[in-house]
Design a protein around this ligand. Sequence first.
Ligand code: AMP
Ligand code: MG
Length: 349
Amino acid sequence: MKTIIRKVDRGQIDKAVMAEAGEILIRGGLVAFPTETVYGLGANALDEEAAKKTYAAKGRPSDNPLIVHIAGISYLKAIAKEIPEAALKLAEKFWPGPLTMIFDKSEIVPYGTTGGLDTVAVRMPDDEIARELILAGGGYISAPSANTSGRPSTTTAQHVEEDLSGKIEMIVDGGPVEIGVESTIVDMTVVPPMILRPGAITKEMLEEEIGEVTVDKAIITPDSNIAPKAPGMKYRHYAPKADLTVVEGDVNDVIAYINDKIKEAAQKELKCGVIATKETEDRYRDADVKCAGTREDEMTIAAGLYRILREFDDDSVDVIYSEAFYSDGIGSAVMNRLLKAAGHHIVNV
Ligand code: AMP
Ligand code: MG
């Protein structure tokens, strides 16, 4: 299959391109498109066959459910059996935006889309191209991240092309995404609601609106035997090809440790990569050093992380060391993705 690539300007969305993409979606085809979090691989969420194509194109295990994307809150009623009051409050505050909520599913949502679950995950993206495309495609578009399963999520149309060219009908290129890590997922079928995946909407932001929110233990203590409640969180996502180690501790100790490791790698003739920040990048010697962003604004680190992991694949490095990023806010989402990429290999220095 030849994948059509269409550039779309967010300031002046080309209706003809949206109609073309919408038609593909309505007849059960796959279209990748930008959202504010990462690129999504769109399909008609109410069509079981389209869900199968999605899993095949990504090489995604079929027990890993898809998030249904909508373009207006009025669309929620048809796919969620019950909408708790707290969910309405969160929708009011954070939609459109990087928040996914889980509801009991209605009959019209096929099990193919929900990975066999009786619940459905729903999000209204903030990206205008995404919302126009959802409307053009019939109103209910399942959209997992538009990457090959196991590779870092895609934050540009070029990354989508690398992974999915020839496997999907169309890529809508809206330029680089804004946020760079996937949405926060909150299970609204339990009381109090539970965060299943951290993202740009933090626990504190949610609690300000609806009171107590818990966090799935499996994402806090990933070494335990507890299965995560979001099936996808059990897979080693976001993995670069090289072995990645996260190093945490006092910043000077971290830099000294990583510089030692660079020397060790050189002795073994291994190519070493480093994930650093604007504040620290000049302090590493003789390695493939990439700057994720600045510690003064962790949003920049979120935006740069997946691109960097992909660049390391292109550079064919053998080992990667990353500084740790801790903070409230989006820092916890960044660390969650980084630790998954590292297979939870972290050293304290
Ligand atoms: P992605 O589409 O790559 O952003 O991944 C979607 C994530 O949402 C995966 O981790 C899924 O396991 C999770 N997810 C989707 N639907 C549900 C659901 N009904 N219950 C729990 N987790 C879900
Ligand atoms: Mg994904």
